[in-house]
Design a protein around this ligand. Structure first.
Ligand code: GLN
Length: 520
């Protein structure tokens, strides 16, 4: 079922192989018909993750990038929409030579050739394919059928089928294996026999549960693995190692037995030994769906590991601030973070939070929409531009300090095209940006339409707002010299943060928040 942790399980399986020097290439299959996640509501699906090539994908791809320490592209995300598009385009070009085009073999062939192409192009030792959805879903049928065919074509020693199932605990505290038995039965009806079963459970699977699953589902005893709830998802690879799952995979795939690099273990140990704590207010929308800011949470965690502090996130619903600002005042946060966003709801609350951070010397990190609202706030309250706003939110504003770039305004009536993925940004030498990144040119990922209106840049600069990162007339970073840490970026630094390579703006922000706490 969804939300079970298949993505984390798959990423963890990849990690224990990466830890042994194997090149693991992940592919996520989302059986929905959307071409990509770009148009999907984070309220339902969690955040939209952005890759370096500008692909907008499911947040599981973020887990893969972080766990496997790789940079992926849109090729690593297959959806039903993408597969059908390929097949229909081929059909239109006459590539099927007049044949009737069908799910089997044409759709399944396209799925298999996509997987093989990505695995080969990236020199994979192991290609890790996660199939989203649930066994029995109509949407996932063609993908499971493709896997069945691959089993024969690649040979049983070249493919391991791992089934992730829920093991619920009943009122008496007993672990129930029946759902697992039934989902395996459903798999078998499709011609698939799992090679391994990962049981997701609140508690470690008991010996008895494991024995039962092995017996009823016909998998070797050592191939039944417990992935129980952990305090932190980073513990899951270690759980799998503890059960020697890497050995089972190596044997099954005829890979040699290699020692672990123990890099991940080191990260988890540091995570368990954080001596300090900082309190961060995250002022956003959708704060009841915490997955909508997943990469920001992860980036804060990575920065915390580097700085040696636990980062406690306090979710503040921006809209509520508009009527009750004590939500922030009473919290007394060590730092305030305003993340990306779209649309009007909560905008004024975000602006109030930014003003509060600026006036009270509270470390502030603004990302994308947070960057844009920092420009609006400064324009209104420091530069004297009454009712300044973003054209995205207020088309009637007398001071459109955030707008589509002049060259974009004419070419589209639809509100501009989204600027996505990696773009190079130049940094000013004497700046916080340069001190954090330690280089004059960086590459970061983007996802936005609107930007700082170049017509207002001279005035804002004159009033003390510094743009220390830019590309031509596009402003990418802002900061205030008069403030201990007031830093915002048009790009999304969170997408490039990794457990042992944290994102510099996040490190700067967490360090400053810690310092501000200690100064109090
Ligand atoms: N809505 C803003 C824009 O389109 C900001 C986007 C974001 O925060 N990702 O420019």
């Amino acid at each position: 079922m969804s939300g079970l942790g298949k993505g984390i399980t798959a990423a963890s399986i990849g990690r224990i192989l990466v830890e042994r020097g194997y090149k693991v290439v992940p592919i996520k299959i989302d059986p929905y018909i959307n071409i990509d996640a770009g148009t999907m509501n984070p309220f339902q699906h969690g955040e939209v993750y952005v890759l370096k090539d500008g692909s907008e994908v499911d947040l599981d791809l973020g887990h893969y990038e972080r766990f496997l320490d790789v940079d992926l592209t849109g090729e690593h995300n297959i959806t039903t929409g993408k597969i059908y598009r390929e097949v229909i385009e081929k059909e239109r070009k006459g590539e099927y030579l007049g044949k009737t085009v069908q799910i089997i073999p044409h759709i399944t062939d396209e799925i298999k050739s996509w997987i093989r192409r990505v695995a080969n192009a990236n020199g994979a030792d192991v290609c890790l394919v996660e199939i989203g959805g649930t066994v029995g879903d109509i949407e996932s049928m063609p993908f499971l059928e493709a896997v069945r065919q691959m089993h024969i074509e690649e040979g049983h020693n070249n493919l391991v089928l791992v089934h992730v199932t829920l093991v619920p605990i009943d009122k008496m505290g007993e672990q129930k294996t029946k759902p697992t038995q039934h989902s395996v039965k459903a798999l078998r009806e499709l011609g698939l026999q799992p090679d391994a079963i990962v049981g997701r459970c609140l508690e470690p699977l008991t010996q008895e549960s494991k024995d039962k699953i092995a017996l009823f589902c016909d998998v070797p005893r050592e191939a039944v693995v417990s992935a129980h709830d952990a305090e932190d998802i980073y513990e899951v690879p270690l759980m799998l190692e503890e059960e020697s799952f890497h050995r089972y995979l190596e044997l099954k795939l005829s890979l040699e037995d290699r020692p672990s690099g123990n890099q991940w273990k080191m990260i988890v140990e540091r995570l368990h030994n954080l001596q300090k704590e900082v309190e961060i207010a995250l002022v956003g929308k959708y704060t009841n769906v915490k997955d909508s800011y997943l990469s920001i949470r992860e980036a804060l965690k990575h920065a915390g590991i580097q700085v040696g502090t636990r980062v406690n996130i306090h979710w503040v619903e921006a809209e509520h601030l508009e009527t009750d600002f004590r939500l922030i005042e009473d919290l007394k946060p060590d730092g305030i973070l305003v993340p990306g966003g779209f649309g009007e709801r909560g905008t004024e609350g975000k602006i109030m939070a930014i003003k509060y951070a600026r006036e009270n010397n509270i470390p502030f990190l603004g990302i994308c929409f947070g960057f844009q609202m920092a420009v609006v706030e400064f324009s209104r309250h420091v530069a004297g531009l009454k009712d300044a706003h973003s054209m995205e939110i207020d088309k009637e504003t007398p001071h459109p300090v955030i707008d589509l770039l002049p060259e974009q305004r004419d070419i589209t009536q639809l509100g501009g095209t989204m600027r996505l993925g990696d773009h190079e940004v130049y940094l000013e030498k004497d700046s916080m940006a340069f001190r954090l990144y330690g280089t004059l040119s960086i590459v970061e990922r983007h996802r936005h339409r609107y930007e700082v209106n170049p017509e207002y840049v001279p005035l804002l600069q004159e009033k003390g707002l510094r743009f220390t990162g830019y590309i031509g007339n596009r402003m990418e970073i802002l900061e205030l010299d008069s403030h201990p840490f007031y830093f915002a970026t048009q790009f999304h630094p969170e997408f490039k943060s990794r457990p042992y390579r944290p994102s510099p703006p996040f490190v700067g922000f967490v360090t400053a928040s810690l310092a501000s706490q200690e100064g109090q």
